[in-house]
Design a protein around this ligand. Structure first.
Ligand code: 5GP
Ligand code: ZN
Length: 113
């Protein structure tokens, strides 16, 4: 999708702080860090949200989530992590290219939840 900001990140048309990439997915730091190390992982193929994510795209994405979570843990040393996704405007989705948030948690005062 030509006007999709995350497709532009996939294509390298706009910069991002990439933390992981393979054939199917890319992960990068969220521009607005809810907590330190807040990361998004997205399929390279444009899917609006969970309602149109194919099982194959879901498998390809989730397959690397434990590895990505551990890389974030190794780098930022959180004590926990929230993994969330918003589907639909009402549910808080603001970018309509499927993405999963990995939000490291540091305990009281980390500003989330
Ligand atoms: P949503 O609210 O749709 O679940 O999450 C969208 C996320 O994308 C937000 O946390 C927002 O900060 C992030 N975001 C929006 N535009 C950009 C961008 O251009 N670059 C990066 N790295 N993150 C973005
Ligand atoms: Zn897109």
């Amino acid at each position: 999708m030509s006007d999709c900001i995350f497709c532009k990140i996939v294509n390298g048309e706009i910069p991002s702080a990439k933390v992981f990439e393979n054939e199917h997915v890319v992960a990068f730091l969220d521009i607005s860090q809810v907590t330190k190390g807040h990361t998004l992982i997205i399929p390279k193929v444009h899917n609006e949200n969970i309602f149109d994510l194919s099982p194959e795209a879901a498998r390809n994405l989730f397959e690397v989530v434990p590895q990505l979570a551990n890389a974030i843990k190794a780098q930022f040393n959180p004590v926990g992590m929230n993994i969330v996704q918003n589907t639909g405007e009402l549910a808080g989705q603001t970018v309509f290219h499927y993405h999963m948030h990995l939000i490291p948690r540091y305990g009281n005062g980390d500003g989330f939840g």
